[in-house]
Design a protein around this ligand. Structure first.
Ligand code: GLU
Length: 468
């Protein structure tokens, strides 16, 4: 088998979304697993609709998920003269021709056919035209498509596809302003870039017969095609932004890890036994485009969160530290990291949640939960918090670790003749201002006695004030 060459060919008219990233991933895995090449081509011929930001976002997304491509990025906008060469060649060989049919007439014919409920097709009227061209008409260039037989190909996902030649017409390959059309440039590029396997969304399935006609006209080797069904929402409809059809970089902003997103995407339309968690190495070991599913896959947000939590839990302190600045979080001292990170990981599914909890732990309380305040506010609790503050101030050696912090709470509770458990709520109120969050003893040991005392002082002010 010749060396596998795949490509990802996004149009930078909108941001790279997860469907695109999934296509890129499948192409990447297939090439990398087989010692082949994975190429990146930006299809930016639609100059009016292109956006530089969208091009940047594609490269950013690739860098974020750690997908590397071979060689330089190919930009179609820089290859117009190359496309022109091939148009000229087809014209010269009599495989393409100028068509002078005016747009107005063409539109009129189309409307008439549609009104009769017919599918309109160009009638190939200039196919064998040898007369003098009409004056002042800028022609388009059309390919001489086969008029008989079938265009057939074996799609790696959909199986055998057969289209009767008579369903297709001599379609346009260059517009009247000379610019090449979409199917033409895709074919030229795939052939010249040596692409052996095209894995793409099945919204392109209807383009493939046209591209095959062009491969044949140009005597290019036809690649293998795999048309992957769309990702749908759980109701089986087109994925909307609300469902998750966001730009890839938005997933980063929302606190998702690239390894979770890739793992999530690889399972949309592909499976290996009943395995759900795939390391990159496992994806490379097991992925095969021939086992892509021919039925659409459904986006499942809960599963993405579950996977993200899984990968988040596996991160060590150092890895987390490198991720925090993006979310505007400061990196705490080592003791706080070691104590709090495992606690917070247990309670978060995304990095955004992680950062929220971390910030709550590390900054003094700004707003106290009103309901909790009402529950905690009584003489007994105020007394206990005051006593606990004094107790902490009297400690000769402040607690060094979680066990010691637990021990101090227990000793204090004993001394006061109360159950340690009953002291947790006022203490939590003082330290965090709201219910939930990390364990109290870990928090105390991470913050140290001094900060704990300060927070109790502040909470006591609130509790005494609200008493009035
Ligand atoms: N540029 C096309 C798109 O973004 C993909 C073309 C292809 O993969 O053949 O949908």
């Amino acid at each position: 088998m010749s060396k596998i060459v795949t490509r990802f060919a996004p149009s930078p008219t909108g941001y790279l979304h997860i469907g695109g990233l999934r296509t890129a991933l499948f192409n990447y895995l297939y090439a990398r697993a087989n010692g082949g090449k994975f190429l990146l081509r930006i299809e930016d011929t639609d100059l009016a609709r292109n956006s530089i930001d969208a091009k940047e976002a594609i490269l950013q997304a690739f860098a974020w998920v750690g997908m590397d491509y071979d060689g330089e990025v190919v930009y179609q906008s820089q290859r117009f003269s190359l496309y022109q060469e091939y148009i000229d060649r087809l014209l010269k060989e009599g495989k393409a021709y100028y068509c002078y049919m005016q747009k107005e007439e063409l539109d009129k014919n189309r409307k008439e056919a549609e009104a009769k409920g017919q599918v309109w097709k160009y009638d190939n009227r200039y196919r064998d035209f040898t007369d003098t061209p009409p004056a002042g008409v800028k022609p388009v260039v059309r390919i001489k498509a086969p008029t008989e037989g079938e265009i057939c190909f074996l799609d790696g996902v959909k199986g055998e596809i057969r289209i009767a030649a008579k369903e297709l017409d001599d379609f346009i390959i260059a517009r009247s302003d000379g610019t090449p059309t979409y199917n033409f440039v895709v074919t030229i590029d795939d052939a010249l870039m040596g692409v052996t396997d095209v894995i793409r969304g099945d919204d392109h399935l209807s383009n493939t017969p046209k591209q095959i006609i062009l491969y044949q006209a140009l005597s290019f080797v036809i690649p293998r095609f795999y048309h992957v069904p769309m990702i749908l929402n759980p109701q089986g409809q087109k994925l909307s932004k609300r469902d998750g059809a966001m730009s890839v970089m938005e997933y980063k902003t929302l606190g998702f890890l690239p390894q979770a997103l890739l793992n999530f995407l690889v399972r949309l339309g592909w499976s290996h036994k009943d395995q759900e968690i795939f390391s990159m190495q496992e994806m490379l070991d097991f992925f095969n485009p021939n086992s892509l599913n021919s039925a659409p896959s459904a986006y499942n947000k809960e599963k993405l969160l579950w996977l993200n939590a899984h990968y988040l839990h596996k991160l060590d302190c150092k890895q987390i530290n490198t991720l925090l600045p993006f979310y505007g979080a400061e990196i705490p001292n080592q003791r706080a990291q070691e104590i709090l990170y495992p606690e917070i990981k247990e309670r978060s599914k995304t990095l955004l949640e992680f950062v929220e909890i971390l910030k709550t732990c590390l900054t003094s309380v700004v707003t106290y939960d009103e309901k909790m305040l009402q529950k905690v506010k009584n003489e007994e609790n105020i007394h206990l918090l005051k006593e606990f503050m004094i107790y902490l101030q009297s400690l000769k050696t402040p607690f060094e670790n979680v066990q010691e912090a637990e021990q101090e709470i227990a000793t204090f509770a004993d001394f006061q003749g109360i159950k340690a458990k009953s002291f947790f709520m006022p203490l939590r109120f003082a330290l965090l201002g709201s219910p939930g969050g990390v364990g109290i003893a870990p928090l105390m040991s991470a913050l140290g006695a001094e900060v704990v005392i300060e927070r109790i002082k502040q909470a006591l002010e609130i509790l005494s004030k609200s008493d009035s």
